[in-house]
Write a protein that binds this ligand. Structure first.
Ligand code: ADP
Ligand code: 5GP
Length: 204
């Protein structure tokens, strides 16, 4: 049977520090049918971040050119920096049958939900506000002021969680990745996307 189906678009959002990167990393170890869309950003790299792996780091002018040229599937501003998803990569990999994971904030997720109604959206929640603050401080990548900004932003973002298809609480990263894995597997079995398989059985 030809199960060579188009890959899913898996949109993951959640406050900074909720553990999105950690959980996505684990999911990618668990499955070979997923890949990660590396975003373009005007934010400066954090220590240890690698160009082309974590982000493509660009100037504000270059970012604007990409947005104006239609090269971004969505884009948004977050805590003073711009972020966007390269369109070509996502479309190409989905055609190859890979599900593409986007780690994006809520405004961008809203654009995707409007423009790609078949996207699967998951909001990653931290177990509590106090634990979120502890993780941000422990990560040791942002100043006190940036952490305060991110915590304020976190409250605004969590208020949007109901707009997502699924909510996963990241208490334990292994369990959270297991839930993402289950969601993706279930979404790949949707009847509406598999009617071609029924036809194959009927004509064989
Ligand atoms: P995000 O991508 O959402 O900003 P990260 O994946 O960078 O978040 O995680 C923020 C910090 O919290 C990191 O130091 C990470 O190791 C830690 N972390 C992630 N998930 C958990 C968890 N379930 N329990 C404890 N610490 C976690
Ligand atoms: P950070 O600066 O912590 O890496 O990311 C800040 C926020 O930007 C996170 O919520 C992350 O999900 C979001 N983000 C990263 N890449 C993109 C993107 O391409 N588009 C949008 N809209 N948000 C993004």
């Amino acid at each position: 049977m030809n199960t060579n189906e188009k890959g899913k678009l898996l949109v993951i959002s959640g406050p900074s520090g909720a553990g999105k990167s950690t959980v996505i990393g684990r999911l990618m170890e668990m499955r070979d049918d997923v890949c990660f869309s590396v975003s373009v950003t005007t934010r400066p790299p954090r220590p240890g971040e690698v160009e082309g792996k974590d982000y493509f780091f660009v100037t504000p002018q270059h970012f604007q050119e990409l947005a104006d040229g239609g090269y971004l599937l969505e884009n948004a501003e977050y805590v003073g920096n711009r972020y966007g998803t390269p369109r070509g990569y996502v479309e190409q990999r989905r055609l190859e049958g890979k599900s593409v994971i986007l780690d994006i904030e809520v405004q961008g997720a809203g654009q995707i939900q409007k423009n790609c109604p078949d996207a699967v959206s998951v909001f990653i929640l931290p177990p509590s506000g106090a634990e979120l603050e502890r993780r941000l401080r422990h990560r040791n990548t942002d100043s006190d002021e940036k952490i305060r900004e991110r915590l304020l932003q976190a409250k605004r973002e969590c208020a949007e969680a109901g707009k997502y298809g699924y909510i996963v609480v990241n208490d334990d990263p292994e369990a959270a990745a297991g839930q993402l894995d289950a969601i993706l597997t279930a979404e790949k079995c949707r009847a509406a996307d598999r009617l071609n398989l029924v036809t194959e059985v009927l004509i064989s």
